[in-house]
Design a protein around this ligand. Structure first.
Ligand code: AMP
Ligand code: MG
Length: 487
């Protein structure tokens, strides 16, 4: 019987070629009553999976870990990490990697089941996940993708037919998360602390081959590798800042080597602009506040550099100097990406020395007058300024004049400016109110209508359609009324 590539599965296992120190073989725990509740058909297509056949009980069996796809070799990965600054040994306590799907376009993508049962790294945990948080991760990660931000993706959510015990019993579910890889800064910390320099080297060579193959034969490749990871993180965090995304748990185990956003726990998007916005209830000191994200990125990269010292140079002093020098440029790199991005949000095509002041003044005004971050940029894009309370302020009007003068200096047409702004200012973000409303309907009433409508609107937030306008205001944000649709 032909058993190969059934339903399009084409799994490889390059990670499993690393020494067993890096993982444990672990099949998922079958679910009692698998049921597929969300399936990302477009993504399945992109991965070469037969989506029409997988939107079925067989798909539910695969995406709860109740049946293994052909060629799966399930493992739980080992890692460690600094959580809120404290170092801990971790590992996939509730996630199981089935393998690396080889896509028709030649990519290699980790297929991981989150909530698929206990592993050697579960410690006290039950290895399970609740439906609400898995739906939330699906929604936000796909929204991030729509916003053009590198991220892990979500292929499916399936319920298990079992309850998971939290403060009260909750519906159990598994999220199928996909990623360029699940290598983390914390994987390197694990190699350094619990292994020897040899394990760090094996891991670095593996990461280079997988994510930075252009560096395989270059001189000082480990230094170049570090620089490349830092550069991707600088770009990533700049993109977060530009849309007001707050990750919430930027622990070193939640920072990838590939440069994708990972681990959507207490994350959220900022409505009213304030630098010190924090969403996570466990983040009492605001360690992971909006304004701190670039600094924490740098702090995490310092931990990453520590793991690579033996590869930077034989002489310890010299290795430290290299690490220090590389780390110091991070903030400049980040600023460059951030300023480039915010310039586009304001319709500016070229750089001018005075731009930074212009941006800072705008952000300062938004903070002072408690303006909505996304909607302020939208009002500027569509010249709907009278929809803003901010427009009543004399200092904001002064700022508008400065901005106009700056725009005129470039000599672009109004259409060109608006096109640039439309492509860089999303029509909507997943606002907490709408997200919570959609999740409650899905979890409490098994009604996915609100969830699907919101997901659809978030697919391309730069389209600026009428449907998207409905999500610009939530009861918390009432000032920006979109009255132009259908009028
Ligand atoms: P996170 O906060 O999701 O980054 O997870 C931190 C660590 O806790 C990771 O090692 C997870 O695998 C583990 N973990 C989280 N939830 C559970 C659970 N329900 N059962 C077992 N381990 C868990
Ligand atoms: Mg994590």
């Amino acid at each position: 019987m032909e058993k190969k590539n059934i339903y399009g599965w084409k799994l490889m296992h390059t990670y499993n070629e690393l020494p067993p120190f890096f993982y444990t073989n672990q099949p998922p725990t079958p679910a009692k009553e698998p049921k597929l509740v969300l399936f990302n058909k477009e993504l399945a297509d992109e991965f070469g999976l037969e989506q029409d056949k997988l939107e079925s009980p067989i798909g539910a069996a695969y995406f709860t870990g109740s049946q293994l796809p052909t060629g799966a070799d399930p493992i739980a990965q080992a890692y460690a990490g600094h959580q809120f600054g404290g170092f801990t040994r971790l590992g996939d306590g509730r996630a199981i990697l089935l393998g690396e799907q080889q896509t028709p376009s030649g990519k290699s993508v980790d297929i991981q089941l989150k909530g698929a049962g206990r592993t050697a790294y579960s410690r006290g945990g039950d290895g399970r996940a609740a439906l609400g948080p898995m739906l939330r991760e699906y929604l936000i990660s796909e929204a991030m993708h729509g916003l053009g931000i590198p991220t892990t993706r979500s292929l499916a959510v399936a319920t298990t037919g079992e309850f998971v015990q939290r403060e009260r019993p909750l519906t159990g579910a598994v999220l199928t998360r996909t990623a360029a890889s699940h290598l983390r800064v914390g994987t390197f910390q694990y190699a350094l602390v619990f292994g020897e320099n040899e394990e760090v080297k094996q891991l670095a060579d593996y990461a280079i081959k997988r994510h930075y193959p252009e560096l395989i034969d270059v001189e000082n490749k480990y230094i170049r590798f570090y620089e490349a990871v830092a550069d991707r993180q600088a770009q990533l965090i700049a993109k977060w800042q530009l849309v007001g995304f707050i990750h919430g748990v930027m622990n070193t185990d939640n920072m990838t080597i590939s440069g994708e956003t990972i681990d959507y726990g207490p994350c959220a998007f900022m409505d009213t602009y304030h630098r010190n916005t924090v969403f996570s209830s466990i983040d009492r000191e605001g360690r992971y506040a909006y304004v701190n994200q670039p600094y924490i990125g740098q702090w995490n990269l310092a931990r990453f550099a520590e793991t690579l010292l033996s590869l930077f140079a034989e002489d310890e002093e010299k290795a430290l100097q290299i690490a220090q020098a590389k780390l110091e440029v991070f903030h400049t790199q980040f600023e460059k990406y951030f300023v480039d991005g915010i310039r586009k949000k304001l319709g500016l095509f070229t750089a001018d020395e005075a731009d930074e002041d212009l941006f800072k003044q705008l952000l300062y005004l938004m903070e002072t007058y408690k303006a909505d971050y996304t909607n302020t940029f939208l009002a500027l894009t569509f010249n709907r300024l009278d929809s803003l309370a901010l427009y009543q302020q004399a200092d904001f009007k002064e700022w508008l004049e400065k901005w106009q003068t700056r725009l005129e200096k470039e000599g672009k047409s109004a259409e060109e400016v608006q096109e640039l702004m439309k492509a860089n200012n999303p029509a909507l973000i997943p606002r907490n109110y709408f997200v919570e409303e959609a999740l409650a309907e899905a979890v409490n009433n098994q009604d996915y209508t609100a969830f699907n409508t919101l997901s659809k609107a978030l697919e391309n937030p730069y389209a600026h359609t009428c449907e998207q306008g409905a999500y610009a205001n939530s009861p918390e944000i009432s000032e920006y009324y979109q009255t132009y649709c259908g009028t």
